[in-house]
Design a protein around this ligand. Structure first.
Ligand code: SDX
Length: 436
């Protein structure tokens, strides 16, 4: 970042001395006012719950222009990466800053492939769960448990440890997610197969059984690979900020990523894809397209507590570019599966059309986000609804670990420790219980 030829002057109406604050600019996007000296100079904090106007860090990984609906990973538009590259090329880009050439791609793919197995002891963690446990509950536990097996790569301040932990996490998430799924359906775990692609191996571990050969569908393999790319990173979203804050204490990368998995689970964040699919199924069960008007009315009634899941975004005030690509992937997969007339897809498109013509949504700049169509395409691939957010976590792991490693490599970083506006009881003395 560099000093802008601009300064911020903060003055107070109560006559307190005004102060000057430096303004910094990045390569693109909003400038920032550096308030690090504010408390020291004024004895006051800023107040920004939800961080609506707060940059918590500087980063060179992902840039979002919410007004334009633009998403760039290391400068490359998501539309070009999702159609012109595969997920492992995108992982290389996010981790190292550049797309790999053919040799680098081969080396990186081999490195990831050689780390896809998990320690045989990992399977015993699952036995403690009920068979109907939510896959995100299982995954939160399994990812945290990984730290118990890799004492050779838990020193986050060692760049070599950071790199091998990144490779291990990217490589093992598909194996862990597939194990969480197999456990809930009572089927044996399938070991990774090194001759399959990243997405193909995941499909194999999910849907193959030891009883017969499993053929990976190239269309589903490509669709899943694209879903991974679309979810790979997204600037300082809630779960990435959780990973950064958790990692800022110096804890190991596995624990920090487990914190990200836990945060992503929430329905306002990564859990929205499961919630959006359940919402579409409810509408479909209660009358389908004919009932959309009634449902929209409920959403607009603040007292209903009902939201149009898969719509709205803190940053995008235009169409989420990932939602457009996800809708296209939906069409491809449904056609491949002979499900062109899938009622939920038709319902989703009708719901989107009606919402985008309704002033409630238009005036609040609420558009479909990445979660609106992702559930439909995952369901068409055969992924059970409760596993949708685990797939999101699988894909977002590369973004989390890239952002974590960037933070640890930044000489400016310190342990994150926000302050507060206190409005509780002032000092008072404890009375003996007989006098309370
Ligand atoms: C993800 O941050 C990221 O980058 C996240 C993510 C990523 O890749 O990491 O993009 C992934 O989490 C996408 C978002 C998935 N969540 C959902 O689809 C859940 C439904 N959406 C909302 O809960 C909401 O839109 C949020 C949480 C996504 C954003 O919330 P904000 O920015 O705090 O905005 P808000 O809640 O203040 O909404 C502004 C207004 C409010 O109405 P008013 O008080 O102004 O009258 O819009 C309304 C909200 O009530 N609103 C909605 C709505 N989203 C916002 N009303 C109905 N349905 C919705 N979906």
């Amino acid at each position: 970042m560099k000093l802008a030829d601009n300064k911020a002057t903060l003055s107070f109406s109560n006559g307190s001395p005004s102060i000057e604050l430096p303004v910094y600019q990045g390569s693109v996007g909003p400038d920032v006012i550096d308030i690090r000296k504010l408390y020291g100079q004024t004895g006051m904090f800023t107040y920004d719950p939800g961080f609506l106007s707060t940059a918590a860090c500087q980063s060179a990984i992902t840039y979002i222009d919410g007004d334009k609906g633009e998403l760039l990973y290391r400068g490359y538009p998501i539309e070009q990466l999702a159609t012109g590259c595969d997920f492992l090329e995108t992982c290389h880009l996010l981790l190292y800053g550049e797309l790999p050439n053919a040799k680098a791609k081969g080396d990186f793919t081999k490195l990831v492939t050689m780390h896809t197995m998990v320690n045989e002891q990992m399977q015993f963690f699952l036995r403690g769960f009920r068979r109907d446990a939510h896959p995100m509950a299982i995954l939160t536990g399994l990812v945290g448990a990984l730290s118990a097996f890799y004492h050779d790569s838990t020193d986050i301040n060692n760049p070599k440890h950071r790199e091998i932990a990144a490779i291990r996490l990217i490589a093992k998430m598909p194996t862990l997610v597939a194990m969480a799924y197999k456990y809930t359906v009572g089927q044996p775990y399938m070991y990774p197969k090194n001759d399959l692609s990243y997405a193909g191996n995941f499909l194999h571990m999910m849907f193959a059984t030891p009883c017969e050969p499993y053929k990976v569908s190239p269309v589903l393999e490509r669709a899943l690979d694209r879903i991974f790319t679309l979810h790979a990173d997204h600037e300082q979203n809630a779960s990435t900020s959780t990973v950064r804050l958790c990692g800022s204490s110096g804890t190991n990368p596995f624990a920090a990523i487990a914190a990200g998995v836990a945060c992503l689970w929430g329905p306002a964040h990564g859990g929205a894809n499961e919630a959006a699919l359940n919402m579409l199924e409810d509408i479909n069960r209660n009358g389908g397209v004919a009932k959309i008007g009634e449902f929209i009315k409920q959403v607009k009634d603040k007292n209903s507590g009902i939201k149009l899941m898969g719509f709205g975004h803190r940053v995008y005030k235009n169409y989420d570019p990932r939602a457009k690509l996800m809708q296209e992937t939906c069409k491809e997969v449904l056609a491949e599966m002979g499900l062109e007339n899938d009622p939920l897809f038709k319902l989703a498109m009708a719901l989107e059309k009606i919402a985008l013509e309704d002033d409630y949504f238009v005036s609040r700049k609420l558009y479909p986000n990445v979660d609106f169509y992702s559930g439909i395409v995952q369901r068409a691939i055969g992924i059970p609804v409760p596993l949708f957010t685990a797939i999101f976590a699988l894909a977002r792991t590369v973004g989390w670990i890239a952002q974590l490693n960037e933070m640890i490599g930044d000489p400016e970083y310190k342990i994150g420790r926000p302050r507060q506006l206190f409005n509780g009881s002032q000092r008072r003395d404890v009375l003996p219980i007989v006098k309370r």
